[in-house]
Design a protein around this ligand. Structure first.
Ligand SMILES: [Zn+2]
Length: 408
């Protein structure tokens, strides 16, 4: 995995804790159109093995990224602006480095715990700025298995075991039972988590398992034959706990229950909400029923017909349609309804035997509102959708009523 011939001496292999160092610039180059430097020695970890690169500074210039150049395995320090100095002083961002050390070490421990407590072998690992995930070769784990995995992993943390990373010679390497075999030929670096897990890895790790702080699986999802689990260690786990605690405390105070009763409270509110919705629907219907009777009592009588002309302000079109249906269920009724607002609506209906085409009458009302959006059948028509005041809607209904009267 590690070549003997390396342009840059990788100091982080033997020491993950030194964050300030001096180096000589060997080459000024570019990486994807950004200035980049090759140094003779560096503590910067270049992206690789599922671990993102360190960030930091060289002589005060920001190092945005570090990458390995394939051709000679030189470490490219990618900068946000050019730097021409021959000697540089490097500083690595301590927060990001510590976070990576905790999570990379935590991943080794968790992968071994998954193997021992759930016979789930790690198939891939992804480490991002916010989330760290492990994919295992099992389709789901039982709640008991999750508990056992987490308990075992955290026992290794609490035992504060020493962590050792070294380059064994081929004879020694042959005797080591590695969890994960190296994926690249060459010199192999081995990481030993205090006798619990032995694996090939080139990343930065803590010196003792206690520094991982805590290992918490926060989420898992089945993905076909594998399961992806997201976990958090140390500082990130504390931050996650703080965030979730704040949300839970807010909710519990809002609902005036203990946090363990939150789920029950939410279920109760959901079912109350459902019951209220159907009660509201029934109450609305009763209201429309009595409104129908009042409107019918005040309807204009024209021979066998009764004309109801009524404009409203900001009324729900669905409720207006219901009102039109109820009205026109009575023989001889013509309902000319409308509602004003940003999207005014005109709703016309008539009882079965009335020989008036409501779609034609609608056109008159829509023309008055200066739109032609709408249509329907001889017994029911609807249109509008443009802004109109109550006066404008009333005027449109009056014109429609006049058209109806002419057909009597
Ligand atoms: Zn590692």
């Amino acid at each position: 995995m590690i070549d003997d011939l390396m342009t840059t001496e990788r100091l982080y292999y033997d020491d993950s804790y030194t964050l300030d160092f001096n180096a000589t610039v060997l080459e000024q180059t570019t990486y994807k159109d950004r200035p980049a430097l090759v140094l003779d020695r560096s503590y910067f970890y270049p992206e690789g093995g599922g671990q993102p690169a360190d960030s930091g500074q060289l002589n005060g210039v920001n190092v945005l990224d570090a990458q390995t150049r394939e051709a000679d395995r030189a470490v490219l320090h990618i900068l946000d602006k050019p730097l021409t100095d021959k000697q540089v002083e490097g500083q690595i961002d301590p927060v990001r480095r510590t976070d990576h050390m905790q999570h990379h070490s935590g991943q080794h421990v968790l992968s071994q715990a998954l193997s021992q407590a759930a016979q789930a072998e790690t198939v891939s690992v992804h480490m991002g700025a916010d989330t760290m995930t492990i994919d295992v070769n099992r389709n789901g784990l039982s709640p008991d298995e999750w508990l056992a995995v987490e308990a075992l992993a955290n026992r290794i943390v609490l035992e504060d075991r020493p962590v050792r990373a070294w380059f064994p010679d081929p004879a020694e390497l042959a005797t080591l039972a590695l969890r994960k075999l190296p994926d690249v030929a060459g010199k192999v670096r081995v990481v030993d988590m205090g006798g619990f897990d032995l694996t090939a890895c080139g990343g930065t790790h803590v010196a003792r398992t206690g520094e991982i702080g805590v290992i918490k699986v926060v989420r898992f999802e089945r993905r076909g034959e594998t399961t992806r689990l997201e976990f958090k260690c140390g500082g990130r786990a504390l931050e996650d706990y703080r965030d979730k605690n704040q949300v839970i405390n807010l909710l519990a105070a809002e609902m005036t229950v203990g946090y363990r009763d939150l789920h029950e409270s939410v279920k109760r509110i959901q079912s109350e909400n459902k019951a209220l919705k159907s009660e509201l629907k029934a109450a609305r219907e009763r209201l429309v029923d009595s409104e129908t009777l009042v409107l019918l009592a005040n309807a204009e009588i024209l021979g066998d017909w009764r004309i109801v002309t009524q404009a409203f302000d900001g009324r729900d079109p669905g409720e207006l349609r219901l009102l039109a249906q109820k009205l026109t269920a009575h023989p001889g009724v013509i309902a000319l309804l409308g509602t004003a607002g940003d999207t005014a609506q005109i709703i016309f209906g008539r009882a079965e035997a009335v020989p008036v085409d409501m779609a034609q009458v609608l056109k008159v009302a829509l023309a008055s509102l200066k739109t032609d959006r709408g249509g329907g059948r001889p017994n029911f028509a609807q249109g509008g959708g443009v802004p109109a005041t109550l006066d404008e809607v009333t005027a449109a209904l009056r014109l429609a009523e006049q058209t109806v009267r002419e057909q009597a």
